[in-house]
Design a protein around this ligand. Structure first.
Ligand SMILES: [Zn+2]
Length: 171
């Protein structure tokens, strides 16, 4: 069975400046390269799961989002020699009521269809919003890491972290 690390984008991969959609505003988060490298070495598939309601709200379009993905993937490939195995995104505004926007587990469930060998119990999620934790909990992801403070109750297999590097100690 394979295992995956589901990573949120804004606030985890890059600094969350609100609706980041241009490479010039994309600032890599402290410790992200170290974390990705460690996950890759431990055979975690790297799956990005990101709410991109900026598309549904009309702040930027799908093409612009794809260009930023390409920039991110190319930079990772150059720096680390690998990049995300797949990028999942929800383009919908909240009022659309879709099944993919976190806290719903749609993106993680989609990954299980794409990668049937994936074992969610062995997988982890790293996010900076309580909604990331809820999505992973609903899908059945084994362990969840929340960067920053929790705005709700955490279960046994869920914990807050103060830095991305602190995950390395418990992998
Ligand atoms: Zn959606």
């Amino acid at each position: 069975m394979a295992k995956a690390a589901f990573l949120d984008r804004d606030g985890i991969v890059n600094i969350d400046k609100g609706y980041v959609h241009l490479p010039r505003d994309f600032e890599w988060n402290h410790g992200i390269f170290t974390l990705l490298k460690a996950l890759h070495e431990r055979d975690f598939m790297l799956l990005l799961c990101t709410n991109q309601s900026g598309i549904g709200r009309g702040f930027y379009d799908f093409r612009t989002f794809c260009k930023l993905c390409l920039f991110m993937q190319q930079t990772l490939q150059e720096k680390l020699g690998f990049c995300f195995d797949k990028i999942y995104f929800c383009p919908h505004a909240p009022e659309f009521g879709c099944a993919c926007r976190k806290p719903k587990p749609g993106m993680i469930e989609r990954a299980c269809v794409d990668f049937p060998q994936l074992c969610l119990r062995d997988s982890i999620l790293v996010g900076d919003n309580y909604t990331d934790i809820l999505a992973a909990r609903a899908a059945g992801v084994g362990r969840k890491f929340l960067l920053g403070k929790a705005k709700g109750l955490l279960w046994d297999d869920e914990r807050t972290i103060e830095s991305l590097e602190s995950i390395l100690c418990v992998l």
